[in-house]
Design a protein around this ligand. Structure first.
Ligand code: UT7
Length: 332
């Protein structure tokens, strides 16, 4: 049998309407637009405020747009993988809920929890199903209602995160497009620095865990920053070198949008120019599993068939990695 590659054939996204600006944040906690812009690079983020809506609802909108754009019927989808750290519920999987709400009936579906590297891990997993030859249409969706686990009295965390979702369709090709190479890594030691203390089996929810705010993101910013800056650049450089991609051969770096300083450090280690790097952190903040598809969507019309693209991320776990893809279509 001919070797099959998994290629992205469409992107759909959704961000909720409400925009939380730095000005509004600076009325909520002791911070300033200047501090947030210089230390993180975020101007505003979208927040899902509608009661009774969760990450699945953001994901549903992204998947519906994707199906429309790619002229795919829900019943054609055979597998949906959802990357999220903010599932609707502890169980069942948010992927199952998205399928139900979209009308995807002939598929199996599951969640991937890999922090901010979730989209990379899910993309890799989805690609393996396509490459096996058994599956023809797989959706990978990253969706997050980060505002559900952010403490809006914690100034070190609340400026960083935003809500949003992005989905891609993976299909097989025998041509040299799609996912070409990947480096995916994790080190569970990193949980010390970035986690949610309560609500899991280790520390189930109680009146006390609510009172002590243990259902929010716990982050030690500096160690996370130090690891992210080194590891995201390491893997991005390594995947470039082992595929013989020179800086001028790379059309785009699609970096996880956690902190502009981390993105700049990664791009500079890869010797890239600013116009080779997708950056939209100023508009959306860190939407965890959704940052990468939100970038792909925004730049989609400028992407050309055959473009060399590296996606890279670092996040809770710790998890990190890079995926090298050859873009598979022109939009016009
Ligand atoms: O995607 C998941 C992975 N997460 C990340 O990649 C996050 C990585 N970490 C970071 O991006 C940065 O560490 C932060 C943005 C979280 C913090 O920036 P920093 O430059 O590391 O600041 P810091 O924690 O060292 O704090 C410096 C000062 C402190 O004041 P003192 O102790 O020097 O008086 C903080 O209290 O800045 C203060 N500070 C703030 N000041 C104004 C912390 N947050 C704020 C704020 N506004 N929002």
């Amino acid at each position: 049998m001919q070797k099959l590659n998994a290629v992205i054939t469409g992107v759909g996204v959704y961000v909720p309407e409400y925009i939380l600006t730095n000005e509004e944040l600076s009325r909520m906690v002791d911070t300033t637009d200047e501090w947030i812009m210089t230390r993180i690079g975020i101007k505003e983020r979208h927040i899902l405020r509608e009661p009774g809506k969760g990450s699945s609802d953001l994901g549903v909108n992204a998947v519906n747009e994707l199906l429309q754009k790619t002229k795919t019927k829900p019943e054609e989808i055979e597998l949906l993988i959802c990357a999220t750290v903010t599932p609707d519920m502890q169980f069942p999987a948010t992927a199952n809920i998205i399928c139900d709400k979209v009308g995807i009936k002939n598929a199996f579906s599951f969640d991937v929890n890999a922090g901010c590297s979730g989209f990379l891990y899910a993309l890799s997993a989805g690609a393996k199903f396509i490459e096996s030859g058994k599956y023809k249409k797989v959706i990978v969706v990253g969706t997050e209602k980060m505002s559900s686990i952010v403490d809006y009295t914690d100034r070190a965390v609340c400026p960083i995160f935003g809500d949003g979702a992005g989905a891609v369709l993976l299909e097989p090709t025998t041509e040299n497009f799609g996912l070409i190479d990947e480096i995916l890594l994790s080190d569970g030691f990193g949980r010390v620095h970035l986690h949610q203390k309560a609500g899991g089996s280790l520390k189930p929810a109680s009146f006390e865990t609510v009172a002590t705010k243990e259902h929010f993101i716990y982050q030690e910013g500096q160690p996370v920053f130090k690891w992210a800056v080194v590891k995201m650049a390491d893997v991005s450089l390594e995947i470039m070198e082992r595929n013989n991609i020179k800086p001028e051969d790379l059309a785009w770096l699609v970096p996880h949008q956690a902190n502009l300083r981390i993105i700049d450090a990664t791009a500079s280690r890869m010797k890239l120019n600013k116009d080779q790097v997708m950056i939209n952190i100023q508009k959306y903040g860190n939407t965890t599993s959704a940052t990468l598809p939100l970038c792909l969507y925004e730049w989609e019309s400028r992407l050309k068939k055959g473009d060399n693209i590296i996606l890279s991320a670092f996040g809770a776990g710790f998890t990190w990695g890079a995926i090298y893809i050859k873009w598979g279509y022109n939009t016009n």
